[in-house]
Design a protein around this ligand. Structure first.
Ligand code: ADP
Length: 483
């Protein structure tokens, strides 16, 4: 007999024995004192009944145990009970079988539900991490706050902007995370207004980084998110950095106003001389020739200025076309020196080329390189008094893998305070204006060609009264961004 059967057997025996014992106790209690024999009879009857009950119940316990074993052994699903097999236990077994079937059906159903919930959860997690990666890849800073002004979400750009570091911004109060008072107030205003609040779009200037300099401009959009199950959906704030765009817009407007101002000067001069000619103020042929020469000079200046402006704006807009070739800088220098020799001679300036025996080539745009060397040599002659010296040299700078060209003069030199602004558009050293005419665009164009187009470097070493040494490098291999 198995353990279960034994338990049933013991339980049956215990029950019947208890019943018998009760019967014996009753018999003994009601035993008349005067009739001990009746008590004995009753006690005997009770004991016998108890023993019989124990035997019968014990037998029944054994049978039911066997049935139960037959029913449930092996397969977890109960077999069909035949009336012969079930006997008097049939109703109980049938009820148990139904209960088990119902339970196992429910179990299967809830397992399927659990599996489905697990799949839904993993899909939701994948979708969430996908959405987070999309948000993190945005250049705009995105901050989502709840109705209590706690940060629910901040993408990577926002965390960078707010400087929250590895700790992140999520689940922190807005006041702790956003250092800019005005921005905080704008977000809180929209939160207070709830869904009825209109979307807010403002331009706001604040530090690009909490510790950084003030002045970065942001296009800020603040909007209320729709409610989720009657609960406020929160507020989303998007910050788009428009600093560069504003700078470009400012540069453009500065350029236009400066250009029109600079063009007005030669045009006014042309106008004045033409009027004098019309009014017959140039009485002699010689005077008229002088006027024509001045007009021609001013017209040349205007056209040079226009050419320079167009070239600069093309480079700035990234639409300049670069004709790449292996440029021999020794040859370029020789050509420039030959061309400029008459001008140098007119001022008794010694124009010398200092070129070694090596090959000095770099992959670059030949015409642009010619223009750079020409501009620097022309300036050197312009700003060097008579009897001076201008030397053009070239060398290979293997450390930076670049060709290095230098134009050295014994001229006026550059005042230290002008050095920083020398390559800006339209900048001219005030005191040198009477010394030579110019556009103030030459050095800017030269820097654009060297640094923007060819990824080289241009600079100047100078001492007032001693002269200047303008130098530039061009990498051996073309690295420019515009081709
Ligand atoms: P510009 O047409 O006036 O020469 P640039 O852009 O070429 O315009 O030069 C800007 C200013 O830099 C000049 O006006 C001049 O004041 C100064 N400069 C340029 N080259 C020299 C030089 N070699 N020596 C002294 N000053 C120079």
């Amino acid at each position: 007999m198995k353990t279960g059967g034994m338990t049933a057997w013991i339980a049956a025996c215990t029950t019947t024995t208890a019943l018998s014992a009760g019967a014996v106790w009753l018999a003994h209690r009601h035993m008349p004192a005067e009739s001990p024999s009746l008590g004995v009879v009753l006690a005997a009857a009770a004991g016998g009944g108890a023993a019989l009950a124990a035997v019968v119940l014990g037998a029944l316990g054994r049978r039911s145990y066997r049935r139960a074993c037959e029913m449930f052994e092996g397969d977890s699903r109960p077999e069909e009970l035949t009336p012969e097999r079930a006997g008097w236990l049939a109703p109980v077994a049938e009820a148990a079988r139904h209960a088990i079937l119902r339970w196992s059906g429910k179990h299967e159903e809830s397992s399927a539900r659990l599996r489905e919930a697990e799949i839904r959860l993993s899909i939701a997690e994948a979708e969430r991490s996908h959405a987070e990666s999309i948000l993190d890849s945005l250049r705009d800073a995105v901050i989502v706050t709840d109705q209590f002004n706690d940060v629910m979400l901040a993408n990577a750009s926002a965390e960078r902007l707010l400087g929250v570091g590895d700790a992140g911004a999520e689940h922190k109060p807005l006041d702790q995370v956003v250092p800019d008072e005005t921005l905080r107030q704008m977000i809180k205003d929209v939160t207070r207004g709830g869904v009825t609040a209109r979307q807010k779009r403002v331009e706001h200037t604040m530090p690009a980084e909490p510790s950084g300099p003030a002045g970065a401009a942001f296009d800020v959009t603040i909007a209320c998110l729709p409610e989720i199950r009657n609960a406020p959906g929160g507020v989303v704030t998007i910050l788009r950095d428009v600093t560069r765009e504003k700078e470009i817009a400012q540069m453009k407007s500065d350029f236009v106003s400066q250009a029109s101002h600079e063009l007005r000067t030669p045009l006014a001069s042309i106008n004045a001389y033409v009027e004098m000619l019309i009014d017959g103020e140039a009485a002699t042929d010689e005077a008229r020739k002088e006027f024509y020469t001045i007009i021609k000079g001013e017209v040349d200046r205007v056209s040079r200025m226009i050419d320079n402006m167009l070239n600069i704006s093309k480079i700035e807009a990234g639409i300049v076309s670069v004709e790449r070739s292996e440029v021999d800088f020794a040859k370029v220098i020789r050509e420039v020196v030959e061309t400029m020799q008459p001008q140098a001679r007119a001022k008794r300036i010694m124009l010398i080329e200092k070129v070694g025996p090596l090959i000095y080539t770099a992959e670059s745009d030949r015409d642009m390189m010619y223009q750079v060397v020409m501009n620097l040599v022309s300036n050197a002659i312009k700003y060097t008094p008579e009897d001076g010296r201008v030397t053009v040299s070239v060398e290979n700078d293997d450390a930076t893998r670049s060709v290095l060209v230098a134009v050295q003069d014994t001229g006026l030199g550059i005042p230290p305070e002008a050095r920083a602004r020398l390559f800006e558009k339209f900048f001219r050293v005030e005191n040198y204006k009477r010394f030579a005419k110019g556009t103030g665009l030459g050095l800017n164009l030269v820097r654009q060609i060297v640094e923007t187009v060819h990824r080289g470097k241009i600079d100047v070493d100078s001492e007032v009264g001693m002269g200047s040494r303008f130098w530039f490098t061009v990498p051996y291999e073309f690295q420019g961004g515009q081709a």
